[in-house]
Design a protein around this ligand. Sequence first.
Ligand SMILES: C[S@@+](CC[C@H](N)C(=O)[O-])C[C@H]1O[C@@H](n2cnc3c(N)ncnc32)[C@H](O)[C@@H]1O
Length: 362
Amino acid sequence: MKTERQPNERQWESNINDAEENGGTRWIATANHSFAPYAQEEFRRLFGQIKSVQLIPGETFLIELPASAEEVGARLKAEPPIFVRHIQPVDRFWKLEDGVEELKALRSFIAANEQRLSGKRAAVQIRRTEGTATSLAVAEAKAELEEALRAVSSEPVLRDADWVLSVFAATGMLYAGISRPEDNISDWSGGAIRFKREEGQISRAKFKLLEAERVFGLDLASCREGLDIGAAPGGWTSLLLERGLRVTAVDPAELHPSLIRHRNLTYLRKNASKVRFRPDQFDLLVCDMSWSPMQMVKLVSELLYSLRQGGIAIVTVKLMHKKPMQTIREVIVRFGEQRLQLQQAKQLFHNRDEITLYMIKY
Ligand SMILES: C[S@@+](CC[C@H](N)C(=O)[O-])C[C@H]1O[C@@H](n2cnc3c(N)ncnc32)[C@H](O)[C@@H]1O
């Protein structure tokens, strides 16, 4: 990472002054573990010259962008990044002390923002890096800050907030900022979206499709006939069945016994290269094969005749080697040639070494 440095308080302060003088802004950005370099690359492509300091290795970094908060928000919305999972503004920062001073500073930060916060719903999101030397305890601090919000006639909430107060404690410093949840890329703290594990849940993979549904704003229940390629053990299939779809699940491996007798399920225990369907049979195609990306593209492409025009495709792309950006570009081009138009590419919180594509057939 060319511009990445370990934080140094004095250096950082002078950087911040520079950023302010140049009309720049600073942020804390988070990516999935070990994908921070690609998130930084995305910022570089969008904003040109950037300065960044690592806060959690491979994951979270402080960044100065040569643009106003409004410009940053607009550009990230116009070209949503794949690897930047979450950003939060740094409006103020302090040196970490004994826990008491920090809370005092945060309370006065809230008071100084009374005009914005008063009469509005506000969520407090606090994160700290492991081993950060402060006695600031997250749960207590959250309760205190919620009290401070009430004191400025703001209603503390967990979800559906008008404003998010983001606090991050790391490497001797405390950072705070206030933003609209939609400007943080994810409205979950650090973009770490959590779903409750259900009793009898077939696989953790189900969380990926649940997250895709939410992040891409999909209404899976409006689909009727779904094809699940690489379906076993059946997490995705089970979600589609719950959403009321008729599902054709294809996998040489075994589906979970709890699914087999579902009246809306057709299970083809075969390799996807060996199955045939009616043209336009499906209005949803999902594929989570965890396989070589180009092999996956070939297999999915061969079955695309069965996805009707306007149908949705949700596909995970395994990032197997060292050039994920290039792999992603190639996959998107190849699918584009098959009339699958990309709507969004995103590394979801529940994606490990992969990303998820949301496409529509035209
Ligand atoms: C990561 S798992 C899928 C998990 C699934 N989405 C879930 O929610 O439970 C990948 C699956 O792809 C299947 N697979 C790999 N190659 C395949 C092929 N050529 N045809 C069909 N299935 C394949 C594997 O057998 C494996 O069960």
